[in-house]
Design a protein around this ligand. Structure first.
Ligand SMILES: NC(=O)c1ccc[n+]([C@@H]2O[C@H](COP(=O)([O-])OP(=O)(O)OC[C@H]3O[C@@H](n4cnc5c(N)ncnc54)[C@H](OP(=O)(O)O)[C@@H]3O)[C@@H](O)[C@H]2O)c1
Length: 211
């Protein structure tokens, strides 16, 4: 199966490496193509660099928008038409970093990235919020954990997106656990009770009901 990854920085590059090592074929794009080219060369035959963000979607079963929250809306507008019917996976936390490196939230408390992204997407796009619950380092070091796999939580309102994101999470070496619909996605974000947890499936399922 083929997945497009738009954004090949801190988290996009780790998602790409883990998916490729699980057998996924990738189409990569980034702002100026340099990071996408470097990553594709590292991954090898499983990854190709697309001619641009729209081209990345050609023949892809799903797309991961591994982008900072502040550029997401513009990229969604750029690629809106081909997103209809596609599974769109978004790991973005609603944060921004200023020139001094200070990180702050860009949405009011109580409003999640997932709820806002759902409004930005065209009708027919199938949104799942996933792959943003762990820092890139933790994500890489926790994949294919043995004997018990670590969990990656996801949120979606769309059954088809749920099936596809579960497949991607397993391909990346984790066990998928659904937290609920997009209205629950704030639990996955920085500051949410399910963020940055390395736990197994039984503990994860007990936490889902425990909020
Ligand atoms: N890093 C983490 O540990 C982590 C963990 C969980 C969730 N997240 C979330 O994931 C998102 C991405 O974070 P990050 O740390 O990966 O950010 P990052 O390192 O800054 O990477 C952002 C990527 O987006 C690309 N990009 C920017 N504008 C673009 C455009 N118009 N079209 C295509 N690509 C574009 C950049 O391209 P260039 O490479 O060409 O500059 C870069 O590859 C954030 O919302 C963050 O909250 C990050």
């Amino acid at each position: 199966m083929t997945t497009a990854i738009i954004g090949t920085g801190g988290i996009g590059s780790v998602i790409a490496r883990q998916l490729a090592s699980g057998g996924e074929t990738l189409r990569l794009s980034s702002a100026d193509t340099k990071s996408a080219r470097t990553l594709a060369a590292e991954i090898g035959r499983a990854a190709v660099v697309a001619a641009g963000n729209r081209d990345a979607l050609q023949g892809a079963d799903a797309v991961v928008l591994a982008l900072r929250f502040t550029v997401l809306k513009g990229v969604i507008e750029e690629i809106a038409d081909p997103l209809t019917g596609k599974v769109v996976v978004v790991p973005s936390n609603p944060l921004t970093t200023d020139a001094q490196g200070n990180i702050s939230r860009v949405l009011p408390k109580g409003q999640s990235s997932g709820e806002v992204v759902a409004e930005w997407l065209p009708t027919g796009a199938r949104l799942a919020m996933a792959f943003g619950t762990l820092s890139a380092n933790l994500f890489e070091s926790s994949s294919n954990r043995s004997p018990e796999p670590a969990v990656l939580f996801y949120a979606t309102d769309d059954d088809r997106a749920g099936e596809e994101v579960e497949r991607l999470i397993r391909t990346a070496g984790f066990e998928p656990v659904k937290v609920g619909g997009i209205e629950q996605s704030g639990r996955l974000e920085v500051g949410g009770d399910l963020h940055d947890l390395i736990i197994g499936p039984a503990e994860a399922r007990s936490l889902i009901g425990g909020a």
